[in-house]
Write a protein that binds this ligand. Structure first.
Ligand code: SAH
Ligand code: SF4
Ligand code: F3S
Length: 462
């Protein structure tokens, strides 16, 4: 998914003419992939702004185009290659001075190969090299040669860099709490693109959350590939969450992603005890069959996963759950596929992100197994999974009609300025009349209608 997030326009700098190698340059930054990448782009923007670069939301006014990329599936990379093609054509035909950079996971996966495969790319910078971007940009400007930094780090957490929060609407912000992943799930490229797991210092996280609250933010989403393995000295994830929840009852806290194998009783207990720790967990199961889970090297069985869900529902009644599903993993039989459908039917998630398996070079699955489920079969299975989940999401949403929720008002809805949208504690998007509501405030909403993805409601005063 590409995030269409505008950069802060800075009219003064955006209008400056080009001044050659050492003059002022405007950067256009485009983000692909997960929330982690969105959060990283806010760090990149901050690093560049501090180094004196201008930032523009208009690629036509950019001297430097940076694509912050994703490598999770082949089609994510294809999207980036198309976009690179577009900028390459522009550079060749009418804008020789344009510099093109690839950041993020695709940069890390392909490294120097990117320079060969994608001619006219000037900068390649991996996820741990963002402090070095000003130097890389200057090097390119001065030498006319390409500049590469794909060094992964065991320490870098960008803890001291205040993100430039251009991707947020001022109410809800991402806060990165750890980087990398040590899990090595068989299908996944992330450990290769983001390196070893490391946790950010807890005090800097707490300070950042407090500052966000002071600026009027009312929701933080803590980010990491496996937040449950957060550890800073004695502070584990449950403790961190608890401490952040004490900042203010008015600050909602979410997180993503938690790995089922490390979801602790202490964590569920914080959900139960702290009303501002949202009653929602994204708990990706990936598959409904234990043999497949073992091939995937996920570290839990379907029964263990079911027991965890039962425990979460027991401790936190009404907790909302979402998941990720992969269809057509190596060796998946029709019976195994049906187990995924059965699990979805059983658990009744509110939402799921559903994907066709895409082999990623160098992963355990790519080295050890054949990618042997034919494309049409993968497609067919994914279609069945999506149809089932859409029906379940719709049914779950329908059962909300008539109920009331406390909604954090985020701002205008996508479709109309006359309508506002916000989220329930359970992470459901609700659309309602704007009235005289202010964004960043809480309001009570009665649910009056729905689709499988959105609730419609009316504001009530109680
Ligand atoms: N750290 C998270 C996942 C991050 S990647 C976790 O473990 O839950 C987001 C999702 O992309 C994964 O949960 C998985 O469903 C999907 N995914 C990852 N690699 C994939 C691949 N090779 N093909 C298809 N989907 C993939
Ligand atoms: Fe990938 Fe597994 Fe790590 Fe998630 S936990 S990022 S799926 S290796
Ligand atoms: Fe993609 Fe990298 Fe995120 S591969 S999903 S951008 S961690």
């Amino acid at each position: 998914m590409q995030q269409s997030i505008p950069l802060l326009e800075d009219p003064d700098t955006a209008r400056l003419p080009r001044e050659g190698a050492n003059g002022h340059r405007n950067v256009y930054l485009e983000t692909y992939g997960c929330q982690m990448n969105v959060s990283d782009s806010e760090i990149v923007a901050s690093v560049l702004r501090r180094a004196g670069f201008g930032l523009t939301h208009d690629p036509e006014r950019a001297d430097v185009v940076l694509l912050n990329t994703c490598a999770i599936r082949e089609n994510a990379e294809q999207r980036v290659r198309h976009r690179l093609n577009y900028f390459r054509t522009r550079k060749r035909k009418r804008d020789q001075h344009l510099k093109i950079g690839v950041l993020g996971c695709m940069a890390e996966r392909l490294r120097y190969k990117l320079l060969e495969q994608e001619q006219l790319v000037d900068i390649v910078a991996g996820p741990d090299a963002y402090r070095d971007l000003p130097r890389l940009l200057n090097e390119v400007a001065e030498t006319g040669q390409s500049a590469v930094n794909v060094q992964l780090s065991r320490e870098e957490t960008y803890a001291d860099i205040a993100p430039l929060r251009y991707a947020s609407g001022g109410v809800s912000a991402f806060v990165s709490i750890m980087r990398g992943c040590d899990n090595m799930c068989a299908f996944c490229v992330v450990p290769f693109t983001r390196g070893r797991e490391r946790s950010r210092n807890a005090d800097t996280i707490l300070t950042e959350c407090q500052q966000l609250f002071d600026k009027g933010y009312r929701e933080v989403t803590l980010l990491g590939q496996n937040v449950n393995s957060y550890q800073d000295g004695p502070v584990d994830f449950a403790t961190l969450l608890y401490r952040i929840s004490l900042i203010s009852p008015e600050l909602r806290i979410r997180y993503s992603t938690s790995h089922p194998k490390d979801c602790s009783e202490a964590l569920l207990d914080v959900h139960k005890r702290q009303p501002n720790v949202c009653n929602y967990i994204h708990l990706p199961v990936q598959h409904g069959n234990s043999d497949v889970l073992q091939r995937m090297r996920r570290g839990y069985t379907v029964d263990e996963y079911r027991a965890l869900i039962a425990r979460a529902r027991d401790l936190c009644p009404g907790i909302s759950l979402s998941t990720d599903i992969i269809a057509g993993f190596c060796g998946e039989t029709d019976t195994e596929h049906r187990d995924t459908l059965a699990l979805l039917e059983d658990i009744q998630y509110d939402h799921a992100f559903m994907f066709m398996y895409s082999e990623r070079p160098d992963t355990y699955a790519a080295r050890k197994y054949a990618d042997d489920v034919p494309e049409e079969v993968k497609k067919q299975r994914l279609t069945e999974i999506i149809a089932l989940q859409n029906r379940i999401s719709l049914e779950n949403n329908r059962s909300e009609i008539g109920s009331t929720h406390t909604v954090l008002v985020e701002g205008p809805s996508k479709r109309s300025d006359a309508q506002f949208c916000g989220r329930t504690d359970t992470n459901k998007l609700v659309v309602f009349d704007r009235l005289s509501l202010q964004k960043g405030t809480y309001t009570r909403v009665r649910i009056t209608g729905c689709t499988s993805a959105t609730l419609m409601g009316e504001v009530i005063s109680d």
